[in-house]
Design a protein around this ligand. Structure first.
Ligand SMILES: NC(=O)c1ccc[n+]([C@@H]2O[C@H](COP(=O)([O-])OP(=O)(O)OC[C@H]3O[C@@H](n4cnc5c(N)ncnc54)[C@H](O)[C@@H]3O)[C@@H](O)[C@H]2O)c1
Length: 380
């Protein structure tokens, strides 16, 4: 099989959980080079995924004429300049979201992409989640979206504590802004945002298609609550998607009432969740999630003052066996990167989000912040 030659800049959290395993097993990708400023992390990634070359200097990676495409997964302050450097070096680029903190910075990436004529994809991977593809096709076949509600909520108070307050809209809700455009085939006309406390807010969007959308975003829940749910009302009838695994239809005589999507496997995880989903649906996965949360809470309670048995058992459970770590829903990461590689090989325009979609998401985040501050509806 023909394979596009890839390099990756940044082998931190998302690279280790998704990009490295996916670039290694995607059928249309050959991962040639890893790059990171942190030499230990770099060495570990190179050894674990048996990548032929490693460098701490992104310029060396970009100078390699054999490399056709580059994944950029650093941090938002680095992603735009690195994507621009890669585009200017004639590479195709798959850059993590958000492209940058401001629309002005993202505009520079859009300009670089136009200059280079190569592809620039943005890591709005949810577009490629199989459950969302199914939901979108169902809604389209039933008159299109008229009313959409999305909830995204998680333990941002924990994992996002080093990020400035009130910026979850840039880092996390950008995914959902992109999805609302994608589900409705439409751009926003206006946005309104109101918060109850920093990073706990509701957005109301009017779309050019006539659809109205609301997004509930909270960084204050715990992981026993499934992170994401979308409900889409179409011309007649509705579709819901629970945590990427269960699509339910209402009022569609020509569709199944439930479609299930088992998620994907990962080298570090087993596939318990797939069997549970097949047996018990989304409820079984919710129970699994709760067990993972309870185990971790219990570990937090006993970790400083455990009986030796508790400590050993729980550390092992949390590190290796916690069902939560097996709970690997398919948010489209692997499909997105393999599809991108196929487009690199064929020259066909990728169906994943591009730089202009990244710009829309940045504009929507900026407008939402403006609305939040002023209390007024902001028009695009
Ligand atoms: N699409 C998703 O679902 C998803 C999920 C998580 C994170 N992300 C995004 O991915 C990006 C990375 O997040 P993360 O959690 O992996 O960050 P991280 O801090 O864990 O990793 C970033 C890595 O990039 C390296 N780096 C930074 N500047 C560099 C440079 N100039 N050259 C080479 N290496 C450099 C750092 O040393 C670090 O190892 C962020 O934009 C984040 O928002 C996306």
């Amino acid at each position: 099989m023909q394979q596009a030659v890839f390099g990756i800049i940044g082998v931190g959290g998302i690279a280790q959980s998704q990009h490295l395993p996916n670039l290694t097993r995607a059928p249309h990708v050959r991962l040639k080079t890893v790059c990171d400023l942190n030499p230990e992390r770099l060495q570990r990634a190179q050894a674990q995924y048996q990548v032929p070359e490693a460098t701490t200097d992104y310029r060396a990676l970009l100078a390699d004429a054999e490399i056709q495409a580059v994944v950029v997964a650093t941090r938002e302050d680095q992603q735009a300049p690195l994507a621009i450097a890669a585009l200017d070096a004639g590479k195709h680029v798959y850059v993590e979201k958000p492209l940058a903190d401001t629309p002005q910075q993202v505009e520079q990436v859009v300009a670089a992409q136009r200059r280079s004529g190569t592809f620039a994809a943005v890591g709005f991977n949810r577009r490629m989640a199989p459950a969302y593809g199914k939901a979108r096709a169902l809604v389209d076949a039933h008159g299109g979206a008229r009313n959409l509600h999305y909830r995204i909520s998680d333990e941002y108070w924990d994992w996002g504590r080093n990020l400035p307050p009130r910026t979850r809209v840039i880092h996390e809700v950008c995914h959902i802004f992109d999805l609302v455009r994608w589900f409705t085939h439409s751009d926003p006309v206006s946005i309104y945002c109101v918060e109850s406390r920093p990073d706990d807010e509701v957005f109301v969007l009017a779309m050019a298609s006539g659809c109205v959308a609301s997004i509930t975003n909270s960084g204050y829940v715990t992981m026993d609550l499934p992170k994401e749910r979308v409900e889409i009302v179409s011309e007649l009838g509705a579709v819901t998607v629970e945590e990427f695994v269960e699509v339910r239809t209402y009022g569609y005589a020509d569709a199944e009432p439930v479609y299930r999507f088992a998620g994907h496997s990962h080298p570090d995880r087993d596939s318990t969740h797939k069997y549970l989903l097949a047996q018990g649906g989304a409820d079984a996965l919710h129970a699994l999630r709760r067990m993972g949360w309870e185990a971790r809470e219990r570990w937090r309670q006993v970790k400083d003052d455990p009986t030796p048995l508790d400590r050993a058992e729980l550390e092992h459970f949390v590190a290796h066996r916690s069902p939560h770590w097996n709970y690997m829903v398919d948010k489209g990461w692997l499909h997105a990167v393999d599809h991108f590689a196929q487009c690199v090989l064929s020259g066909e325009e990728p169906q994943v989000a591009g730089a202009t979609d990244g710009l829309w998401a940045a504009r929507m985040s900026a407008a939402a912040m403006e609305s939040r501050a002023s209390g007024q509806v902001v028009r695009f």
